[in-house]
Ligand binder design. Structure first.
Ligand code: NAD
Length: 290
């Protein structure tokens, strides 16, 4: 058996460094009389969504961001949610608005996301922000791919001119990820569930980003020797274990860098939400909770 060679990217440690900087930036804002404010909208009682919201609000409190939670029952009308978003758009104390997804079926997600002011869209899902990704002038980069970019930067993994393969083409991870790395002059290929013979693409990747939500999708024989492998996937197995989309033990023997699950990309996502909220407060210090 080959010895493990990949450097394991410690997302928790990178995240802790960025959060320490967040605290300093919030302290600076507070010295200028500005308290960054994030509004979090949660519809329904899905335990996973409630847990994500709690984690985001706890992370806000840790760095000094004030977060306000707006809870709605699962049968709420779209109009009620939209009315709250309109109020928050006009509220000078709020710098960021986040709607926890998924929303119940009676509410059109696209319409809700479009109602959030692009200037407060700290999740980066508004059409304006998506368009910004395409032309390389994003207001708020979406948090998960932004976290991946920061991990690559932290590890000084070059992107320019490299072959990047993104497995997964969702609006929240795969597509923005591909656009962000293309913006850094990578040669990018996106694969998805209909891709035929996934391995013929993944084997070409210098940087392989996997966000499919399929345990063990990426096996060692699908990975180029020396590749950097970023596993965004989060899957709960029947035995309760949390794993990514990559065969971690196998692939770490072939890759040069690899992210673990948990403890890789996951901690970065919430951290980048903090970064986006602080950036919004810095751009618009007139919106403040003091
Ligand atoms: P999604 O279900 O919206 O999209 C999955 C994508 O993967 C789709 O484009 C689909 O075509 C593709 N796919 C599915 N099976 C495939 C296969 N066999 N081969 C190739 N492509 C395949 O999911 P999402 O919201 O983008 O999330 C993807 C994964 O990332 C999930 O496991 C999710 O839990 C995780 N996630 C993690 C974070 C984090 O903070 N670490 C954040 C968001 C999502």
């Amino acid at each position: 058996m080959l010895a493990p060679t990949a450097k394991i990217i410690d997302g928790k440690a990178v995240s802790a460094k960025i959060r320490a900087k967040c605290k300093e930036r919030v302290a600076d804002l507070k010295r200028r009389g500005v308290v960054p404010g994030l509004a979090v909208i949660l519809v329904g009682s899905d335990p996973a969504s409630a847990l994500y919201v709690r984690n985001k609000m706890r992370a806000c409190a840790d760095v000094g961001i004030k977060s306000l939670r707006y809870d709605f029952p699962s049968d709420v009308s779209a109009d009620d949610v939209l009315a709250t978003i309109n109020d928050l758009n006009a509220n000078q104390d709020i710098h960021g608005i986040l709607v926890q997804l998924p929303l119940p079926p009676q509410i059109a997600t696209a319409k809700v996301l479009r109602a959030i002011s692009a200037e407060k869209d700290v999740d980066g899902f508004h059409l304006y922000n998506v368009g910004g990704l395409v032309v390389g002038d994003t207001v708020f980069p979406p948090c998960t791919p932004y976290g991946v970019v920061k991990l690559l930067e932290h590890e000084q993994i070059p992107v320019e001119g490299r072959n990047v393969v993104v497995v997964g083409a969702s609006n929240i991870v795969g597509k923005p990820m591909a656009l962000m790395l293309m913006q850094q002059d990578a040669t990018v290929c996106i694969c998805h569930a209909k891709t035929r013979d996934l391995a013929q693409f993944t084997i070409l990747a210098d940087i392989l980003v996997v966000a499919a939500g399929r345990p063990n999708l990426i096996l060692p024989q699908m990975v180029k020797t020396g590749a950097a492998v970023i596993d965004v996937g989060i899957n709960r197995l029947a035995d309760g274990r949390l794993v990514g989309d990559v065969d971690f033990e196998g692939v770490r023997q072939k890759a040069s860098y690899i992210t673990p699950v948990p403890g890789g990309v996951g901690p970065m996502t919430v951290t980048m939400l903090l970064v986006n909220t602080i950036a919004s407060a810095e751009r618009h210090p007139d919106r403040s909770l003091v």
